[in-house]
Design a protein around this ligand. Structure first.
Ligand SMILES: [Ca+2]
Ligand SMILES: [Ca+2]
Length: 250
């Protein structure tokens, strides 16, 4: 093959390569801009340089309840969760399918970060930059969502938890089931649900469907139907207001 042909082929391959990369870069830049705009919009500072991972591990060692933690999957965010101007530190660790811990550190008057909540929840997702309710809604509270998984042999539960920080305390305002699978000897039960917060009524609308399956994994034995619930805020928690359906929730 002549040098001219080789040059032509090499140039064409390089051109295709550049074209395939360029749109991805554009997309990535747009995504970064979107995130920056979101952070600016919510007046959130998130300077992770202020606090190191090592510092957080030290706090957990000093203030945590347990003797041992999994630090491999540790991640954290600095977010303004409450009404003071200081950033709070939200931390999650992962130790396995259902294993993990969740922590929040709040800066107190002594200017030190104190552990205000520790739970052995494996956190699947959190919405720290996009609270489901912002002041002045719902008693001027900033309400966040986390999705947690718990379980073990024959148990697999995914729950959504709504919470806020007030006067340095973590308050869980509501908890709902997204998926709840329990295995028995010859069958398993499955519950599937979800929720929406409504910004006009300030209520939670939730639903939960319930099924019984054969142990083969896919043969439906019985469908128990769907419950629909509404929850209203009582000043501290969302409490059950109305309920229709087969299964009693509370
Ligand atoms: Ca704060
Ligand atoms: Ca605070």
């Amino acid at each position: 093959m002549s040098i001219k042909w080789r040059t032509l082929i090499a140039t064409t391959v390089l051109g295709i390569f550049m074209l395939s990369i360029f749109p991805l870069k554009c997309f990535a830049n747009n995504k970064n801009n979107e995130i920056n705009n979101l952070i600016e919009h919510n007046n959130i500072k998130n300077n992770k340089d202020d606090i190191s991972k090592e510092q957080i591990i030290n706090w957990i060692e000093e203030q945590g309840e347990k003797d041992r933690y999994y630090y491999g999957g540790l991640s954290y965010e600095l977010v303004n969760l409450d009404n003071d101007s200081e950033l709070e530190v939200v931390v999650k660790t992962e130790g396995g399918v259902h294993l993990g811990d969740f922590f929040i550190f709040d800066k107190k008057q002594d200017k030190k970060y104190h552990l205000i909540i520790e739970q052995d929840w494996k956190v699947e997702s959190w919405n720290l930059y996009n609270p489901i309710a912002d002041p002045p809604e719902v008693g001027y509270k900033k309400i966040f969502e986390i999705v947690t998984t718990t379980g073990g042999t024959g148990i697999d539960i995914h729950e959504v938890r709504l919470w806020y920080i007030e006067d340095g305390k973590f308050i869980q305002a509501w908890k709902g089931i997204l998926k709840d699978r329990l295995f028995f000897l010859d069958y398993y039960s499955l519950k599937i649900g979800d929720y929406q917060f409504d910004h006009y009524t300030h209520q939670i609308y939730a639903w939960l469907s319930s099924y019984k399956y054969k142990i083969d994994g896919f043969t439906l034995e019985k469908s128990y139907g769907t419950n629909t619930m509404t929850y209203k805020f009582d000043g501290t928690h969302f409490i059950l207001d109305t309920e229709t359906g087969y299964i009693k929730m509370n």
